[in-house]
Design a protein. Sequence first.
Length: 219
Amino acid sequence: MENTRSIKVALYDDSAAFRCSLSRLFSLYSEFEFIGAYPDARQITENCKFNMPDVILMDIDMPGISGIEATKLIRQYYPGIKVLMLTVFDDNQRVFDSICNGATGYILKQAEPSSILDGVKEAYGGGAPMTNSIAISVLQMFRNYAPPRDEKVNLTDREHEILTMLTRGHSYKMIASECQLSIDTVRFHIKKIYEKLQVHSMTEAVCKALKNKWVRSAS
């Protein structure tokens, strides 16, 4: 019998109604453990130290410090925690800033409850959930972003191939099928890519690869 544990989820949002709604949603499913809902992120590092969530749902606009600033703190102190940005706006610049500061993905607040649940599971499993319209716009911003320096990275041909597929939105399953590899082998290569790029998530890897023009995303 497979030994699985619940995904520990925390929420930071200044809307009491939204916090209550998501708390009720996650309480309906045993595969999740909802460990806390907070109106702001002022104590986020302390909260993470004691609760250590797997995934954080993060509002962008909050009093005190913004969700983008809080995400940067999480990446600095707890790089293993996945952060999903939540907002009511299709604000591409702030999505871009969030990803460059360590966010794993981006979900609109008005998304269907099932989409939010699936997004948390996808992020926990190493994916990068993001709505299609935002993904297209943000990738275009990455393509137009001038790299600050000519940084080099020593990827193998296979790692470069897989990194290119990631920038084009391929899932682990799609990469495994196209490269005729097992899912575990794909995960191994992606882990090595993360180590060489010194990143902690798929979105950070894609961001760094496109900014430094190591790969070209699909037009």
